[in-house]
Design a protein around this ligand. Structure first.
Ligand SMILES: NC(=O)c1ccc[n+]([C@@H]2O[C@H](COP(=O)([O-])OP(=O)(O)OC[C@H]3O[C@@H](n4cnc5c(N)ncnc54)[C@H](OP(=O)(O)O)[C@@H]3O)[C@@H](O)[C@H]2O)c1
Length: 378
Protein backbone atom coordinates (compact mmCIF):
# COMPACT_ATOMS: atom_id res chain seq x y z
CA UNK A 1 0.00 0.00 0.00
CA UNK A 2 1.24 3.51 -0.78
CA UNK A 3 2.44 5.43 2.27
CA UNK A 4 1.83 9.16 2.46
CA UNK A 5 4.89 11.18 3.54
CA UNK A 6 5.64 14.78 4.50
CA UNK A 7 9.21 16.10 4.65
CA UNK A 8 9.80 19.05 6.97
CA UNK A 9 13.17 20.63 6.15
CA UNK A 10 13.15 19.03 2.70
CA UNK A 11 15.97 21.10 1.17
CA UNK A 12 18.49 20.21 3.85
CA UNK A 13 20.98 17.39 4.05
CA UNK A 14 18.53 14.97 5.74
CA UNK A 15 15.58 16.18 3.66
CA UNK A 16 17.42 15.54 0.40
CA UNK A 17 18.52 12.12 1.57
CA UNK A 18 14.87 11.33 2.39
CA UNK A 19 13.78 12.55 -1.04
CA UNK A 20 16.40 10.30 -2.60
CA UNK A 21 15.09 7.23 -0.77
CA UNK A 22 11.49 8.08 -1.70
CA UNK A 23 12.38 8.63 -5.36
CA UNK A 24 14.16 5.27 -5.44
CA UNK A 25 10.92 3.41 -4.71
CA UNK A 26 8.32 4.53 -7.30
CA UNK A 27 4.73 3.83 -6.23
CA UNK A 28 5.67 3.06 -2.62
CA UNK A 29 5.25 6.61 -1.27
CA UNK A 30 3.05 9.56 -2.08
CA UNK A 31 4.35 12.96 -0.91
CA UNK A 32 1.85 15.22 0.83
CA UNK A 33 4.03 18.22 1.56
CA UNK A 34 7.61 19.42 1.45
CA UNK A 35 8.78 22.44 3.45
CA UNK A 36 11.88 24.61 3.72
CA UNK A 37 12.84 28.03 5.07
CA UNK A 38 13.78 30.15 2.03
CA UNK A 39 15.24 27.97 -0.74
CA UNK A 40 12.42 28.46 -3.26
CA UNK A 41 14.31 26.97 -6.22
CA UNK A 42 15.48 23.89 -4.35
CA UNK A 43 12.06 23.27 -2.82
CA UNK A 44 10.25 23.74 -6.15
CA UNK A 45 12.57 21.30 -7.91
CA UNK A 46 12.06 18.72 -5.18
CA UNK A 47 8.29 19.20 -5.08
CA UNK A 48 8.14 18.58 -8.83
CA UNK A 49 10.45 15.58 -8.82
CA UNK A 50 8.50 13.96 -5.96
CA UNK A 51 5.13 15.08 -7.34
CA UNK A 52 4.29 16.60 -3.95
CA UNK A 53 0.84 18.04 -3.32
CA UNK A 54 2.06 21.11 -1.44
CA UNK A 55 5.28 23.11 -1.12
CA UNK A 56 5.72 25.58 1.73
CA UNK A 57 8.41 28.06 2.75
CA UNK A 58 8.76 29.44 6.28
CA UNK A 59 9.78 32.91 5.06
CA UNK A 60 6.61 34.67 3.91
CA UNK A 61 8.51 37.08 1.65
CA UNK A 62 9.70 34.13 -0.48
CA UNK A 63 6.11 33.22 -1.43
CA UNK A 64 6.21 34.81 -4.90
CA UNK A 65 9.53 33.18 -5.81
CA UNK A 66 8.09 29.76 -4.93
CA UNK A 67 4.80 30.49 -6.70
CA UNK A 68 6.66 31.52 -9.87
CA UNK A 69 8.90 28.44 -9.72
CA UNK A 70 5.86 26.14 -9.45
CA UNK A 71 3.55 27.99 -11.87
CA UNK A 72 1.50 25.60 -13.99
CA UNK A 73 2.41 22.48 -11.99
CA UNK A 74 -0.78 22.27 -9.90
CA UNK A 75 1.32 22.00 -6.72
CA UNK A 76 -0.21 24.07 -3.91
CA UNK A 77 2.06 26.83 -2.64
CA UNK A 78 2.10 28.60 0.72
CA UNK A 79 4.54 30.55 2.89
CA UNK A 80 4.99 31.74 6.46
CA UNK A 81 5.60 29.92 9.75
CA UNK A 82 1.88 29.12 10.19
CA UNK A 83 1.76 27.67 6.68
CA UNK A 84 4.63 25.31 7.61
CA UNK A 85 2.67 24.22 10.70
CA UNK A 86 -0.46 23.70 8.58
CA UNK A 87 1.52 21.57 6.14
CA UNK A 88 2.88 19.55 9.07
CA UNK A 89 -0.68 18.99 10.26
CA UNK A 90 -1.84 17.50 6.93
CA UNK A 91 -2.57 13.79 7.40
CA UNK A 92 0.51 11.75 6.48
CA UNK A 93 1.40 8.18 7.39
CA UNK A 94 4.92 9.30 8.20
CA UNK A 95 6.49 12.72 8.71
CA UNK A 96 10.22 13.23 8.38
CA UNK A 97 11.17 15.94 10.90
CA UNK A 98 14.36 17.41 9.44
CA UNK A 99 14.19 21.14 10.14
CA UNK A 100 17.32 22.39 11.89
CA UNK A 101 17.11 23.89 15.38
CA UNK A 102 14.28 24.65 17.78
CA UNK A 103 12.42 26.18 14.81
CA UNK A 104 11.26 22.62 14.16
CA UNK A 105 9.39 22.30 17.47
CA UNK A 106 5.98 23.71 16.54
CA UNK A 107 5.79 21.92 13.16
CA UNK A 108 6.79 18.68 14.93
CA UNK A 109 4.04 19.13 17.51
CA UNK A 110 1.50 19.75 14.75
CA UNK A 111 2.67 16.64 12.87
CA UNK A 112 2.13 14.59 16.02
CA UNK A 113 -1.52 15.62 16.21
CA UNK A 114 -2.21 13.22 13.37
CA UNK A 115 -1.37 10.30 15.62
CA UNK A 116 0.66 8.48 12.98
CA UNK A 117 4.44 8.17 12.73
CA UNK A 118 7.07 10.89 13.04
CA UNK A 119 10.67 10.07 12.18
CA UNK A 120 12.79 12.61 14.05
CA UNK A 121 16.20 13.79 12.85
CA UNK A 122 15.60 17.29 14.26
CA UNK A 123 17.11 16.70 17.71
CA UNK A 124 16.82 20.21 19.17
CA UNK A 125 13.05 19.99 19.92
CA UNK A 126 13.64 16.73 21.81
CA UNK A 127 16.49 18.31 23.76
CA UNK A 128 14.54 21.42 24.72
CA UNK A 129 11.02 20.00 24.92
CA UNK A 130 11.42 16.25 25.36
CA UNK A 131 8.70 15.79 28.02
CA UNK A 132 6.25 17.84 25.94
CA UNK A 133 6.99 15.90 22.76
CA UNK A 134 6.62 12.56 24.56
CA UNK A 135 3.39 13.65 26.22
CA UNK A 136 1.98 14.63 22.82
CA UNK A 137 2.99 11.24 21.42
CA UNK A 138 1.12 9.49 24.24
CA UNK A 139 -1.89 11.78 23.86
CA UNK A 140 -2.21 11.26 20.10
CA UNK A 141 -0.91 7.69 20.01
CA UNK A 142 1.92 8.76 17.70
CA UNK A 143 4.85 6.49 16.96
CA UNK A 144 8.23 8.20 17.23
CA UNK A 145 11.06 6.68 15.19
CA UNK A 146 14.62 7.93 15.70
CA UNK A 147 16.33 9.08 12.48
CA UNK A 148 19.58 10.31 13.97
CA UNK A 149 21.95 7.53 12.89
CA UNK A 150 23.15 6.67 16.42
CA UNK A 151 19.63 6.58 17.87
CA UNK A 152 18.27 4.70 14.91
CA UNK A 153 21.10 2.19 15.42
CA UNK A 154 20.33 1.82 19.13
CA UNK A 155 16.62 1.51 18.32
CA UNK A 156 17.41 -1.47 16.09
CA UNK A 157 19.22 -3.36 18.89
CA UNK A 158 17.16 -2.04 21.82
CA UNK A 159 15.25 -4.23 24.25
CA UNK A 160 14.32 -3.05 27.76
CA UNK A 161 14.67 -6.60 29.15
CA UNK A 162 18.03 -6.83 30.93
CA UNK A 163 19.32 -3.63 29.35
CA UNK A 164 22.27 -2.15 31.25
CA UNK A 165 23.41 0.70 29.04
CA UNK A 166 23.42 2.08 25.55
CA UNK A 167 26.40 3.58 23.78
CA UNK A 168 26.31 6.29 21.16
CA UNK A 169 29.39 6.47 19.00
CA UNK A 170 31.00 9.69 17.77
CA UNK A 171 33.44 10.03 14.91
CA UNK A 172 35.32 12.69 16.89
CA UNK A 173 34.64 15.23 14.15
CA UNK A 174 37.21 17.16 12.13
CA UNK A 175 39.29 18.16 15.19
CA UNK A 176 39.74 14.82 16.92
CA UNK A 177 43.47 14.86 16.18
CA UNK A 178 43.93 18.58 16.90
CA UNK A 179 45.42 20.21 20.01
CA UNK A 180 43.21 22.59 22.03
CA UNK A 181 45.51 25.44 20.99
CA UNK A 182 45.11 24.72 17.29
CA UNK A 183 41.36 24.23 17.68
CA UNK A 184 40.88 27.58 19.42
CA UNK A 185 41.25 29.46 16.15
CA UNK A 186 39.75 26.93 13.75
CA UNK A 187 37.87 28.56 10.90
CA UNK A 188 34.28 27.80 9.85
CA UNK A 189 35.65 26.09 6.71
CA UNK A 190 37.76 23.77 8.86
CA UNK A 191 34.87 23.07 11.21
CA UNK A 192 32.57 22.26 8.28
CA UNK A 193 35.01 19.75 6.77
CA UNK A 194 33.65 16.70 8.57
CA UNK A 195 35.75 13.58 7.87
CA UNK A 196 32.82 11.13 7.68
CA UNK A 197 29.46 12.83 7.11
CA UNK A 198 28.17 15.47 4.68
CA UNK A 199 25.72 17.45 6.79
CA UNK A 200 24.18 20.88 7.24
CA UNK A 201 26.33 23.67 8.68
CA UNK A 202 24.87 23.70 12.20
CA UNK A 203 25.27 20.00 12.94
CA UNK A 204 28.74 20.02 11.34
CA UNK A 205 29.93 22.69 13.79
CA UNK A 206 28.18 20.80 16.61
CA UNK A 207 30.19 17.72 15.62
CA UNK A 208 33.41 19.74 15.71
CA UNK A 209 32.73 20.93 19.30
CA UNK A 210 31.05 17.63 20.25
CA UNK A 211 28.03 19.63 21.39
CA UNK A 212 26.27 17.35 18.90
CA UNK A 213 27.01 14.35 21.11
CA UNK A 214 25.76 16.29 24.14
CA UNK A 215 22.51 16.99 22.27
CA UNK A 216 22.35 13.32 21.30
CA UNK A 217 22.74 12.18 24.92
CA UNK A 218 19.80 14.40 25.85
CA UNK A 219 17.89 13.11 22.83
CA UNK A 220 18.55 9.49 23.87
CA UNK A 221 17.48 10.26 27.44
CA UNK A 222 14.00 11.10 26.13
CA UNK A 223 13.75 8.63 23.26
CA UNK A 224 14.81 5.58 25.27
CA UNK A 225 13.67 6.67 28.75
CA UNK A 226 17.07 5.94 30.32
CA UNK A 227 18.90 7.81 33.10
CA UNK A 228 21.98 9.70 31.95
CA UNK A 229 24.43 7.26 33.59
CA UNK A 230 23.12 4.51 31.30
CA UNK A 231 23.91 6.54 28.16
CA UNK A 232 27.56 6.21 27.23
CA UNK A 233 29.61 7.81 24.45
CA UNK A 234 32.63 6.32 22.67
CA UNK A 235 34.78 7.90 20.00
CA UNK A 236 34.87 5.63 16.99
CA UNK A 237 36.67 7.38 14.13
CA UNK A 238 35.68 4.79 11.49
CA UNK A 239 31.92 5.47 12.00
CA UNK A 240 31.00 1.86 11.25
CA UNK A 241 29.26 1.09 14.55
CA UNK A 242 26.58 3.71 15.23
CA UNK A 243 24.95 2.52 18.43
CA UNK A 244 25.21 -0.33 20.93
CA UNK A 245 23.10 -1.87 23.67
CA UNK A 246 24.65 -3.87 26.51
CA UNK A 247 22.63 -6.44 28.42
CA UNK A 248 22.85 -8.09 31.87
CA UNK A 249 24.29 -11.31 30.45
CA UNK A 250 27.25 -9.41 29.01
CA UNK A 251 25.98 -9.37 25.43
CA UNK A 252 26.66 -6.16 23.52
CA UNK A 253 24.54 -5.75 20.41
CA UNK A 254 26.02 -3.27 17.95
CA UNK A 255 24.34 -1.67 14.97
CA UNK A 256 26.66 -1.23 12.01
CA UNK A 257 25.97 0.53 8.75
CA UNK A 258 27.42 2.84 6.13
CA UNK A 259 27.90 6.49 7.09
CA UNK A 260 24.98 7.44 4.91
CA UNK A 261 21.72 8.88 6.28
CA UNK A 262 19.77 7.01 3.61
CA UNK A 263 20.12 3.84 5.73
CA UNK A 264 18.31 5.13 8.86
CA UNK A 265 15.85 7.00 6.62
CA UNK A 266 15.02 3.85 4.64
CA UNK A 267 14.67 1.98 7.94
CA UNK A 268 12.16 4.52 9.24
CA UNK A 269 10.25 4.90 5.98
CA UNK A 270 9.70 1.15 5.68
CA UNK A 271 9.37 0.35 9.41
CA UNK A 272 8.39 -2.26 10.59
CA UNK A 273 9.37 -3.74 7.20
CA UNK A 274 12.63 -3.19 5.33
CA UNK A 275 13.30 -1.61 1.96
CA UNK A 276 16.40 -1.31 -0.25
CA UNK A 277 18.48 1.84 0.05
CA UNK A 278 19.78 3.79 -2.94
CA UNK A 279 22.70 4.79 -0.71
CA UNK A 280 26.13 3.36 0.02
CA UNK A 281 26.53 -0.10 1.55
CA UNK A 282 28.97 -1.07 4.28
CA UNK A 283 31.81 -3.35 3.21
CA UNK A 284 33.71 -4.51 6.29
CA UNK A 285 36.59 -5.72 4.12
CA UNK A 286 37.44 -2.04 3.60
CA UNK A 287 38.33 -1.77 7.31
CA UNK A 288 41.46 -3.28 8.80
CA UNK A 289 40.60 -2.08 12.31
CA UNK A 290 37.75 -0.55 14.28
CA UNK A 291 38.88 1.73 17.10
CA UNK A 292 37.02 2.92 20.20
CA UNK A 293 38.29 5.64 22.58
CA UNK A 294 36.80 7.36 25.61
CA UNK A 295 35.82 10.99 24.96
CA UNK A 296 38.43 13.65 25.74
CA UNK A 297 36.51 16.01 28.01
CA UNK A 298 39.44 18.43 28.34
CA UNK A 299 39.58 19.22 24.62
CA UNK A 300 35.83 18.75 24.02
CA UNK A 301 34.10 20.06 27.18
CA UNK A 302 30.70 20.49 25.49
CA UNK A 303 29.84 16.81 25.95
CA UNK A 304 30.27 17.00 29.73
CA UNK A 305 28.14 20.18 29.79
CA UNK A 306 25.36 18.20 28.15
CA UNK A 307 25.40 15.66 31.00
CA UNK A 308 25.47 18.55 33.49
CA UNK A 309 22.48 20.19 31.80
CA UNK A 310 20.55 16.92 31.99
CA UNK A 311 21.35 16.64 35.70
CA UNK A 312 20.32 20.27 36.27
CA UNK A 313 16.89 19.74 34.70
CA UNK A 314 14.75 20.64 31.69
CA UNK A 315 15.29 24.42 31.87
CA UNK A 316 19.06 23.90 31.67
CA UNK A 317 18.59 21.73 28.58
CA UNK A 318 16.60 24.55 26.95
CA UNK A 319 19.43 26.95 27.86
CA UNK A 320 22.14 24.61 26.56
CA UNK A 321 20.39 24.29 23.22
CA UNK A 322 19.61 28.01 22.91
CA UNK A 323 23.15 29.10 23.82
CA UNK A 324 24.64 26.61 21.40
CA UNK A 325 22.37 27.71 18.53
CA UNK A 326 23.34 31.36 19.11
CA UNK A 327 27.04 30.49 19.41
CA UNK A 328 27.13 28.35 16.26
CA UNK A 329 25.36 31.09 14.29
CA UNK A 330 27.88 33.66 15.57
CA UNK A 331 30.84 31.40 14.78
CA UNK A 332 29.60 30.71 11.24
CA UNK A 333 29.09 34.46 10.73
CA UNK A 334 32.70 35.10 11.77
CA UNK A 335 31.66 37.00 14.90
CA UNK A 336 33.36 34.74 17.45
CA UNK A 337 36.31 32.31 17.38
CA UNK A 338 35.74 28.55 17.72
CA UNK A 339 36.95 28.59 21.34
CA UNK A 340 34.16 31.01 22.26
CA UNK A 341 31.38 28.48 21.52
CA UNK A 342 31.88 26.60 24.79
CA UNK A 343 32.04 29.90 26.70
CA UNK A 344 28.67 30.86 25.21
CA UNK A 345 27.25 27.50 26.33
CA UNK A 346 28.60 28.14 29.82
CA UNK A 347 27.05 31.62 29.85
CA UNK A 348 23.74 30.18 28.74
CA UNK A 349 23.87 27.58 31.49
CA UNK A 350 24.87 30.15 34.12
CA UNK A 351 22.01 32.40 33.08
CA UNK A 352 19.71 29.38 32.81
CA UNK A 353 16.34 30.71 33.77
CA UNK A 354 14.31 28.47 36.00
CA UNK A 355 10.64 27.92 35.53
CA UNK A 356 8.14 25.43 34.21
CA UNK A 357 8.79 23.83 30.83
CA UNK A 358 5.36 22.33 30.41
CA UNK A 359 3.98 24.39 27.52
CA UNK A 360 5.33 25.47 24.13
CA UNK A 361 5.05 29.12 25.19
CA UNK A 362 7.02 28.48 28.38
CA UNK A 363 9.78 26.69 26.50
CA UNK A 364 9.99 29.41 23.87
CA UNK A 365 10.13 32.05 26.62
CA UNK A 366 13.01 30.23 28.37
CA UNK A 367 14.71 29.78 25.01
CA UNK A 368 14.39 33.50 24.24
CA UNK A 369 15.78 34.48 27.67
CA UNK A 370 18.81 32.23 27.25
CA UNK A 371 19.44 33.48 23.70
CA UNK A 372 19.28 37.10 24.88
CA UNK A 373 21.68 36.40 27.76
CA UNK A 374 24.23 34.95 25.35
CA UNK A 375 23.67 37.52 22.57
CA UNK A 376 24.35 40.35 25.04
CA UNK A 377 27.81 39.00 25.77
CA UNK A 378 28.89 38.51 22.16
N1 LIG B 1 22.68 16.09 8.24
C1 LIG B 1 22.72 14.94 8.86
O1 LIG B 1 23.35 13.99 8.39
C2 LIG B 1 21.98 14.76 10.17
C3 LIG B 1 22.09 13.54 10.84
C4 LIG B 1 21.38 13.37 12.01
C5 LIG B 1 20.58 14.37 12.52
N2 LIG B 1 20.51 15.56 11.86
C6 LIG B 1 19.65 16.61 12.42
O2 LIG B 1 18.63 16.88 11.45
C7 LIG B 1 18.30 18.27 11.44
C8 LIG B 1 18.53 18.81 10.04
O3 LIG B 1 19.92 18.75 9.75
P1 LIG B 1 20.49 19.05 8.30
O4 LIG B 1 21.94 18.78 8.38
O5 LIG B 1 19.66 18.35 7.28
O6 LIG B 1 20.24 20.65 8.22
P2 LIG B 1 20.32 21.57 6.94
O7 LIG B 1 21.04 20.90 5.83
O8 LIG B 1 20.82 22.89 7.41
O9 LIG B 1 18.78 21.72 6.50
C9 LIG B 1 17.85 22.34 7.34
C10 LIG B 1 16.48 22.34 6.71
O10 LIG B 1 15.58 23.07 7.57
C11 LIG B 1 15.04 24.19 6.86
N3 LIG B 1 14.92 25.29 7.84
C12 LIG B 1 15.93 25.98 8.41
N4 LIG B 1 15.44 26.89 9.27
C13 LIG B 1 14.10 26.77 9.22
C14 LIG B 1 13.03 27.48 9.84
N5 LIG B 1 13.26 28.50 10.69
N6 LIG B 1 11.75 27.08 9.58
C15 LIG B 1 11.50 26.07 8.71
N7 LIG B 1 12.48 25.38 8.07
C16 LIG B 1 13.76 25.75 8.32
C17 LIG B 1 16.04 24.50 5.76
O11 LIG B 1 15.45 25.23 4.69
P3 LIG B 1 16.40 26.13 3.70
O12 LIG B 1 17.19 25.16 2.89
O13 LIG B 1 15.44 26.90 2.89
O14 LIG B 1 17.26 26.98 4.61
C18 LIG B 1 16.41 23.06 5.36
O15 LIG B 1 15.38 22.50 4.59
C19 LIG B 1 19.17 18.92 12.52
O16 LIG B 1 18.45 18.99 13.71
C20 LIG B 1 20.34 17.94 12.67
O17 LIG B 1 20.91 17.99 13.96
C21 LIG B 1 21.17 15.78 10.70
Amino acid sequence: MTRTVTILGATGSVGRAAADVIASAPGRFSVQAVTARRDAGGLAAMAMSLNAQRAVLAEAERYQALKDALAGTGIEVAAGPEAVEQAAALPADITIAAIVGLAGLRPLMRAMEQGRTVAIANKEPLVAAGPLVLAAARRHNTTILPLDSEHNGVFQVFDKKGLERITLTASGGPFWGWSAKKMANATPEEALAHPKWRMGAKISVDSATMANKALEVMEAYHLFGLPAHKIDVLIHPQSVVHGMAEYADGSVLAHMGPNDMRTPIAHALAWPDRMPTPGRRLCLRDFTNLEFFPPDHARFPALQRGYEALAAGPAACVAFNAANEVAVGAFLAGRIPFSEIIRCIDRGLEAAPTGPVDTLDAIEALDATARKAVEETL
